[in-house]
Design a protein around this ligand. Structure first.
Ligand code: NAD
Length: 327
């Protein structure tokens, strides 16, 4: 039986892969994939990795030395892989889409929670504090949602916003002219939006797409939601804007320094990341731990496509889900 070394696994990964896998021997490891842990893949032709694994040139060379031929990403994003280093040495396969609804619905959930202060209300009522002071929100109906990236998730998010009676504007270097979406340039989107939701990938062009300059253009009441990748936002600029009341609030499912922090229980540790410590403490910030993808439908799709990707590789089929270096 072909063996797959699974890195950075959690109980829910094991549950789903054990439920669906029939054809492979899976070796589960809690360790994240990185140069130092790559040796665990010995005896496996494939490794399965996730969003915060460190798949740099050293990791890749070590895996190649061990005879690994394929990296199966059980996610859509691949910004953590040195694609150039993998070129001609290893195949990288991913799950390009598993449930855009999971992520888009979580983004709207965060907006509702942030705007209507639902976590604060929940904590209060558990302590029999039924005061409404400080819980004022605004109607989403009639407000403008600015959507950055109108791919699979962005489009579902736009439909949800329209269901709420919002006006939608968007920016994307590849606009879909048949969609009826009003495309504007980034600066106009920053100026006009009441909420801004990020749905573009992390690339050289999009790193810190929300920075000091972008924030300076925004409405003082704007709510910023990031369910895409942490480095789309300059977290220090965001924190300054929150401190100086230059924005209304932020909801973050991803954080630029999330690696080693998110997905783990750090409740008995001293978290030394000052920026996230301050962000967490702000009443107008909600943070979830990269959980937007976590629905049963998404996990089923991730599992099935990841395993199918490896089957296709082994059978020499065309690899539609291969990620290749553009250089
Ligand atoms: P997609 O490829 O379908 O769409 C991405 C869109 O972004 C494309 O239309 C692309 O043209 C656009 N884009 C690229 N550069 C841009 C720029 N500079 N400005 C504006 N738009 C730009 O991807 P998707 O499936 O919709 O996923 C979007 C992102 O969501 C992924 O890249 C990933 O980082 C993130 N994601 C997060 C989670 C989570 O659990 N939080 C889960 C899945 C995906």
């Amino acid at each position: 039986m072909e063996r797959i070394a699974f890195f950075d696994t959690k109980p829910y990964d094991r549950e789903w892969f054990d439920r669906i896998n029939k054809n492979f021997e899976i070796r589960y490891f809690e360790a994240r994939l990185r140069p130092e842990s790559a040796g665990l893949a010995e005896g496996c032709r494939a490794v399965c990795a996730f969003v915060n694994d460190i798949i740099n040139a050293r990791t890749i060379d070590r895996l190649v030395e061990l005879g690994v031929e394929v990296i199966l990403m059980r996610c859509a994003g691949y910004n953590n892989i040195a694609l150039n280093a993998a070129k001609g040495k290893l195949k990288i396969l991913r799950v390009p889409a598993y449930s855009p609804y999971a992520v888009a619905e979580h983004a709207m959930g965060l907006i509702l929670a942030l705007n209507r202060k639902i976590p604060r209300a929940y904590i209060r009522t558990r302590d029999f504090n039924f005061s409404l002071v400080g819980l004022m929100g605004f109607d989403l109906h009639g407000k403008t949602a600015g959507v950055i990236g109108t791919g699979k998730i962005g489009r579902v998010f736009i439909d949800i916003c329209r269901g709420f009676g919002m006006d939608v504007i968007a920016c994307d270097p590849h606009p879909d002219s048949s969609s009826g979406i009003e495309y504007v340039d980034k600066d106009e989107l920053f100026k006009r939006s009441d909420i801004i939701s990020l749905h573009c990938p992390l690339t050289h062009d999009t790193r810190y797409i929300i920075d000091e300059g972008a924030i300076a253009l925004m409405k003082k009441s704007v709510l910023i939601v990031n369910t895409s990748r942490g480095q789309l936002i300059d977290s220090e600029a965001l924190l300054s804007a929150l401190n100086e009341k230059r924005i209304g609030g932020a909801a973050l499912d991803v954080y630029e320094e999330e690696s080693g922090l998110f997905f783990e229980d750090n409740s008995d540790k001293i978290v030394t990341d000052e920026v996230i410590s301050l962000l967490v403490s702000r009443p107008n910030v909600i943070i979830t731990s990269h959980q937007a993808f976590l629905t049963e439908e998404a996990m089923r799709n991730i599992t099935e496509v990841t395993l199918q990707n490896y089957e296709d590789y082994l059978q020499g089929k065309q690899l539609d889900n291969e990620v290749k270096s553009k250089e």
